[in-house]
Design a protein around this ligand. Structure first.
Ligand SMILES: Nc1nc2c(ncn2[C@@H]2O[C@H](COP(=O)(O)OP(=O)(O)OP(=O)(O)O)[C@@H](O)[C@H]2O)c(=O)[nH]1
Length: 195
């Protein structure tokens, strides 16, 4: 699970089974490139200076830590791997957990990742669409490898957050300086004003 802090003090987190491509998707969005191979296990909560990202590696033993973060998320990207039926089946459990711990008005997006792997596909696009309809969430198929729909996914979430903030303005719940070490923040990073 990764926490991704973006402009306007919105917090987006990526969730989904291990290996579905959460880190790869974020790297593709952030740096516009695909770095093949698994990322070395990020233990506990890590930090990258490029953008403020917390990565808790999506491992079971960190679950209690990650539950606390659901509360502060304005948006959630829930990923499955289109070549892995179990990762797709588990999205229901993730959605249950999200509904239990996240805010009621959180923006949720279901992403079928690795859509470039057409010959190994195990989940049809319409199965993803159907699940998304059932839960009333937005759906896209993405590829962290080719970049397909990666920007669109983050942009769609951003637009939805703006739309909702116009309709239902709320005070930000978590300030960046509550969770970041000031000396690690690059000047002008992230469009936040510190107050
Ligand atoms: N072909 C293809 N491979 C991908 C894609 N996204 C990720 N991968 C590969 O899938 C593997 C897992 O990707 P990660 O980004 O580490 O997955 P993760 O969800 O962050 O995994 P955890 O950190 O264990 O939770 C790596 O070998 C990636 O290179 C994709 O869109 N297409």
């Amino acid at each position: 699970l990764i926490l991704y802090f973006k402009s306007q003090e919105s917090i987006t987190i990526l969730v989904g089974d291990s290996g579905v491509g959460k880190t790869s998707l974020l790297v593709q969005f952030d740096q516009g490139k695909f770095i093949p191979g698994s990322f070395s296990a990020t233990v506990g909560i890590g930090f990258t200076v490029i953008h403020p990202i917390w990565d808790t590696a999506g491992q079971e033993r960190f679950r209690s830590v990650t539950h606390a973060y659901y509360r502060d998320a304005q948006a959630l990207l829930l990923l499955y791997d289109i070549t892995s039926k179990s990762s797709f089946d588990n999205t229901r459990a993730w959605l249950t957990e999200i509904h239990e711990y996240a805010q009621d008005d959180v923006v949720i997006m279901l992403l079928g990742n690795k859509s470039d792997m057409t010959s190994a596909r195990a989940i049809r696009r319409d199965e993803g669409e159907k699940l998304a309809r059932e839960y009333g969430v937005i759906f896209l198929e993405t590829s962290a490898k080719t970049g397909l729909n990666v920007d669109e996914a983050f942009m769609t979430v951003g637009k939805e957050l703006v739309r909702r903030s116009v309709q239902f303005p709320v005070e930000p719940r978590l300030h960046l300086h509550d969770v970041m070490q000031p000396e690690k923040e690059p000047p002008g990073c992230c469009g936040f004003s510190r107050n």
